[in-house]
Design a protein around this ligand. Structure first.
Ligand SMILES: Nc1ncnc2c1ncn2[C@@H]1O[C@H](COP(=O)(O)OP(=O)(O)OP(=O)(O)O)[C@@H](O)[C@H]1O
Length: 253
């Protein structure tokens, strides 16, 4: 991302944001509410609302497609296959009228031939830490818990082995014990699949437990960035210090 600026009717919401995520790297974005984290990551996923104007540049590995000016058709091809997404509320990502197995099979379609689809779905659900994959595959999303649904969203997001997984507050809606397990699963599965990770949270402790490097956003701009350990031990910006003071870092590293 180079010089990304996002502007709404009232003025700029994201200002001149530049960063890179290396292959397989895990980068966290933290900041208080309204600092521009979600808009920045929606831009990467090609999901920015059409009412907002965007300038700057976003490219994926190889630089073959400029995402800020790509057509909806091009962006739809990138989503899922090259950029996977997990958002806070899993129900928004799942089709409530389709059984889970059909949805997971759809996400694997490009990689797995139809005759191997049923086995591959059960295997992927098992690898995503879901007990009794056959029952899960045969369930509708509303028949499952929030933690199970978010695991399914993660399975779907990584099914096509994307270059980048974008997670926006993926565990915020889950209760604390489930939260820790889903975070560990995100870390383990992205490593297995080899995807890079762009992980947004307002919670520094959560980001520190999953990421290698952190970007701190404040009022639409990046105010500090660096390796997790450096940010935790020697924060330079007042905003980083404030987020550190608010974080419960017991046992995360
Ligand atoms: N569609 C939109 N139209 C106009 N302004 C918007 C729109 N979406 C977000 N904003 C504004 O842009 C700013 C950044 O929003 P963003 O959602 O990126 O913040 P955030 O850091 O992710 O916050 P949170 O942690 O609360 O989700 C906020 O001031 C928000 O009100």
């Amino acid at each position: 991302m180079r010089g990304l600026t996002i502007t709404g009717a009232a003025g700029p919401l994201v200002r001149d944001v530049s960063f890179e995520v290396g292959a397989g790297e895990r980068v966290g974005v933290i900041g208080t509410s309204g600092s521009g984290k979600t808009l920045t990551c929606l831009a990467v996923a090609g999901l920015l609302p059409a009412t907002l104007a965007m300038t700057g540049s976003i490219t994926l590995a190889g630089g073959d497609l400029e995402l800020t000016t790509a057509s909806e058709r091009e962006l739809a091809a990138v989503r899922g296959s090259r950029v996977g997404m997990v958002f806070q509320e899993p129900m928004t990502a799942l089709n409530p009228t389709w059984k889970v197995g059909r949805q997971v099979a759809g996400a694997m379609r490009r990689r797995v031939p139809p005759r191997r689809s049923a086995t591959a779905v059960l295997d992927l659900l098992a690898r995503t830490g879901l007990d009794d994959p056959a029952r899960i595959a045969d369930s509708y999303p509303h028949q499952l818990s929030g933690g199970q649904r978010q695991r399914i969203v993660l399975a779907i997001a990584l099914a096509d082995r994307p270059d980048l997984l974008v997670c926006d507050e993926p565990t915020t809606a889950l209760d604390v014990t489930v939260q820790a397990r889903v975070l560990a699963l995100i870390a383990a599965r992205t490593r297995e699949v080899g995807s890079a990770l762009l992980f947004i949270s307002h919670d520094l402790a959560v980001v520190a437990s999953v990421c290698d490097r952190i970007l701190v956003m404040d009022d639409g701009a990046i105010v500090e960035s660096g390796p997790v350990v450096r940010l935790l031990t020697a924060p330079e910006h007042d905003r980083t210090r404030a987020l550190l003071a608010d974080a419960d870092l017991g046992g995360t590293r």
